[in-house]
Design a protein around this ligand. Structure first.
Ligand SMILES: [Zn+2]
Length: 326
């Protein structure tokens, strides 16, 4: 059973998930298991090695292109009832959640630099469908979708997959961003997102790619070397409402940028995160859902843990210049 505790100093929360100790790879050290395709639970033909499937995109025949399964070792699970205790210092709560794995491809060593944009559309459509399904559970407040690619980004299985964790609370980082957006809106009567997009398109020096619906930029505030953010030009707050045409455009720009990154830096470790509006939020204050690609090549340590301040060795303008050579 998971327990969520709040740090009385900072107000941030930690999820304790003792069940995850039972993972076969539990060593205390994150490392990628280099399974052969015969032993890989995410590979085509090994479907019976995973818990029962929740969702699939069929390949039009008897096979599949994307599969979603519950995580065998979930951080949070749906059976949990909400309860909370607080003695004034030590606040703890438990609550329902979900933890799913999105297996992005039936093939073990997919070279995504060679994949057509359609490959990514199937994955984004799966994200949309899963959020829409889980949203019906009123106990869930926020869904975080993320991908850890390769060991130094936190992946334990090398087969391309992303993950979804549904939470019974709104994460601090998201809540903080909403406060900033609301204050900006109140003061300026316009959205911070649209201001940023206008400014980036005007200066161009951090723009990595652009199409009808999106811009990809090495953001002004990049935390990691070669960070790329994908912003909508005409923003919508909720990813679950994204239209098919926008998914196509997102996939097109994403595929271009991932090719640039792989060409410039090789098959590096990275994290992919999707920021979305919390389900219960009525006032979006101009919030737009967006995607961030964070190469895990900078290395974070004690300084970042202590201060929340990142040290980045590559200015975003330089990163954009390098990526734009490809
Ligand atoms: Zn595999």
């Amino acid at each position: 059973m998971a327990e969520i505790r709040r740090d009385p100093f900072s107000g941030s929360v930690v999820i304790y998930s003792p069940d995850r100790e039972n993972r076969p790879d539990f060593t205390g050290i994150k490392r990628t298991i280099d399974l052969s395709p015969e032993n890989c639970p995410f590979c085509k033909g090994n479907e019976d090695m995973t818990p029962p499937e929740i969702f699939r995109i069929s390949d039009g025949d008897s096979g599949w292109k994307v599969r979603v399964i519950p995580n065998k070792f979930p951080v949070l699970n749906v059976e949990e009832n909400y309860n909370r205790s607080d003695n004034g210092i030590f606040e703890r709560f438990a609550g329902a959640g979900a933890h799913e794995i999105i297996i992005e491809t039936p093939s073990h060593s997919e070279d995504i630099a060679l994949c057509a944009p359609d490959y990514f559309s199937d994955i984004f459509i799966t994200y949309r469908d899963r959020i829409n399904d889980l949203k019906n559970d009123f106990r869930l407040k926020y869904i975080q979708i993320f991908k850890n690619h390769k060991a130094s980004a936190g992946a334990t299985i090398s087969h391309h997959h992303s993950q979804l964790i549904a939470l019974p609370f709104v994460p601090e980082e998201v809540a903080r961003k909403l406060v900033v957006l609301k204050n900006f809106y109140k003061k300026n009567n316009r959205s911070l997102f649209s201001n940023i997009i206008t400014a980036e398109l005007e200066h161009k020096e951090r723009v990595v790619s652009e199409n009808e619906s999106f811009i990809a930029v090495a953001p002004w505030y990049s935390r990691t070397p070669f960070q790329v953010s994908f912003y909508q030009k005409q923003g919508h707050p909720r990813f679950e409402d994204v239209r098919d045409q926008e998914v196509e455009n997102l996939s097109e720009i994403f595929s271009k940028v991932i090719k640039k990154i792989i060409s410039a830096l090789g098959d590096i470790s990275y994290n992919l995160v999707l920021y979305n509006l919390p389900f219960a939020e009525q006032d979006d204050a101009g919030f737009n859902w967006y995607v961030e690609l964070l190469p895990a090549i900078g290395g974070t340590g004690g300084f970042e843990a202590a201060t929340g301040t990142y040290i980045n060795t590559v200015l975003p303008e330089k990163a954009a210049e390098i990526l734009n050579k490809f």
